[in-house]
Design a protein around this ligand. Structure first.
Ligand SMILES: [Zn+2]
Length: 253
């Protein structure tokens, strides 16, 4: 099939649907974009920032590449960062990886020599350096997923180290960096808890080498809701077990 007419058909249907829902949608979008977020994610076709975040066009500025790697000499990502911070004035930069990432898996493999291996070099060096620790983390999928999490934390540190971000912080610009990971099996994002909003906070982060041995507790939105609900109960309520829980104490004889 040479023609891609079916994509144009889908485009027309989508534009019609949008206009039906909001007749001024495209007019407003064409006049300006004012996203509050910059998303740095993997190129994987299954993860589109707008869908995952439930946002409309115009609401998130996006940069994607294989395995969401941040090379501090990559003109592409530096130009995106500069434009997002200086022109669009985004207040949040989200570095988001995903579990089961093929790019991260490639960084763990023995193959070398393809261009993608140059791209993944910082991550594969990191993995090889800590190989014995990863080997002790269980089966291959567990090792891969832990490296996916650590990759997000590594790239977040790299964003935080760019002169563009440092310069913004030094000028007093409000800019928050977040490290998240997405689970394709349940469609949920998880917060890796490495949010930084200043040079001091960045410098207080443990090194990425230290993080290999520290357990990570990714926080999904569902778990966040549950924790909020529990904390709203107050400590007094938490002290006694719920009424439906059987007592662990032995009954008196
Ligand atoms: Zn990926």
């Amino acid at each position: 099939m040479r023609s891609l007419d079916h994509l144009f058909d889908r485009n027309v249907a989508w534009a019609d649907r949008k206009t039906e829902q909001d007749p001024t949608f495209f007019r407003r979008l064409s006049e300006q974009q004012a996203p509050q977020y910059l998303w740095i994610g993997c190129s994987d076709s299954r993860i589109t920032a707008n869908d995952v975040l439930g946002l409309d066009p115009g609401e998130v500025f996006v940069h994607r590449n294989i395995a969401n790697i941040v090379h501090t000499s990559d003109m592409n990502i530096l130009a995106v960062l500069e434009y997002a911070i200086e022109v669009l004035r985004v207040r949040h930069i989200i570095v988001s990886g995903h579990y089961g990432c093929g790019g991260v898996q490639r960084a763990m493999a023995e193959e070398r020599g393809a261009l993608v291996d140059h791209w993944l070099q910082p991550l594969s060096m990191f993995y090889r350096k800590h190989r014995p620790l990863f080997d002790g983390m269980g089966e291959a999928p567990q090792q891969l997923n832990r490296l996916c999490e650590l990759n997000v934390e590594m790239q977040l540190r790299r964003v935080a180290a760019t002169p563009i971000v440092e310069g913004a912080w030094l000028r007093g610009v409000e800019l928050h960096l977040h490290g998240w990971i997405y689970g394709m099996h349940d469609g949920l994002l998880r917060d890796l808890g490495a949010t930084v909003a200043s040079i001091e906070e960045r410098d207080a982060l443990p090194s990425i080498d230290q993080r290999v041995t520290q357990r990570s507790e990714p926080l999904s939105p569902r778990r966040r809701h549950a924790l909020e609900a529990f904390s709203a109960l107050g400590l007094a309520d938490m002290a006694s077990p719920p009424c439906c829980m059987p007592s662990l104490e032995k009954p008196p004889k």
